[in-house]
Design a protein around this ligand. Sequence first.
Ligand SMILES: *[C@@H]1O[C@H](CO)[C@@H](O)[C@H](O)[C@H]1NC(C)=O
Ligand SMILES: *[C@@H]1O[C@H](CO)[C@@H](O)[C@H](O)[C@H]1NC(C)=O
Length: 423
Amino acid sequence: MLRILTILVTLILQRVLSEEVINTQSDYYQMATLINLSIGSPPAPLQLQVQFGTKSQNTFGQFIIDQSFVENSYQYAEMVKNYEFKNIYNIKKSSTALSKEPFQIEDPLYHDQISGNYVSDIISYNNIQSKYQFACVTNGDMQFFYYSGVIIFDRLGQNIFDQMYKSQSIKTSDYILTGEKKTVKIYDFSYTWNQINIIFDLDQSSDYYKYPSNPMISNSDHFEIMSYGIYMDNEDVTDKLKYKKVSLDQITNYNVIEDMISIPTDLLQLIQNKYNIPEELSFRGCAKCQCQDVVNLPEITIITEQYKFSINRSQYTQGNEYDCNIYLRGQDRFILSSAILFHTNNKIMYQKSSNSIKIINGQLINHLNINYIIATFSTFSTLIMVSLVYIILNQSFNFKLSKSEEQNQKKILNQILQMKKFA
Ligand SMILES: *[C@@H]1O[C@H](CO)[C@@H](O)[C@H](O)[C@H]1NC(C)=O
Ligand SMILES: *[C@@H]1O[C@H](CO)[C@@H](O)[C@H](O)[C@H]1NC(C)=O
């Protein structure tokens, strides 16, 4: 009995221990989002500025600052001193550093430039060690302070996990983001900031993988999926909208994590008109202003191939004694990442290698059991069956397919054909 228990506990522990978590931290000035990692042998602890998405004041991409850069740049040395910052990589002190071809990158906006060599060295985090190749900055000019360097999580670039996976140090390059609100007290002043936790080295037999993979839109540089139905409370507004992409990207806006919700400009216009929302997106001066008293702002529902997203007014309004502010921004797409991470208990899994997204704890679209339908109708000719399934799909899922989505329609039909082969 005891042995079984021990084995069970060990198994459970192994399962729990089989994934890793990196927490992001806001810097003291709330100007940057940082993660701690070590590079080199012996491992030098670094604090790297982290970006989720493509928008940033930094146009240099990913890089690590070398000690020699600080020695060569009076300006950066001053900043290092002002920030009382000690975590700078030193290639000369790392026995595993391998210097490769040189690089030079210019930033046309600020007339900054950096140069150095690409370097391969060992990156470590807890028990994970892996080869990491990075632009190691030894010369140049930069006007901003980037701590030890920059790490970027976007759809196209090779992030640290892609590299760790390539050198077989972790089980998959998929990673999960979760969000958390942290309250910190500094002296007598307490403030709340948004923290992202990154879960990686995932176990593919874990429950995370039971959630369906929603395909991403191909040829986009963002983590984006397509919506097929958009509702304002119960009103179907899908056909009235030009923009239908749902982006799960851009969590850091420039370098700070914010939780503004972006919706398509045409949808914002519809809501503003229908609910008489002032141009400045704020109801001013209502006595003891509680947002729900001002007006019954709608719940926005978005249906994608696998998931249903709901954004209710408590997620996008905030009232104080005087005003009710509406935290919606008009863009050419929905940007729901922060709304999901900071207003629900959902987590987002980014799967670059399979071009898909999973929403852990997300609301699933209740798919009909396609296998069952296929089994029942298996005597029908392929053509009749496909038409039938297509009609059923179309009606019951409220799929709204515009011309540009014909691609996707074809893909669904192909999938059904594929399943028919196996049935
Ligand atoms: C990261 O490192 C800094 C100093 O090197 C330390 O103050 C901070 O607590 C560390 N953060 C985490 C999340 O471990
Ligand atoms: C809005 O959604 C949040 C989180 O999903 C929930 O806690 C809250 O009760 C909802 N509010 C309304 C008015 O539906």
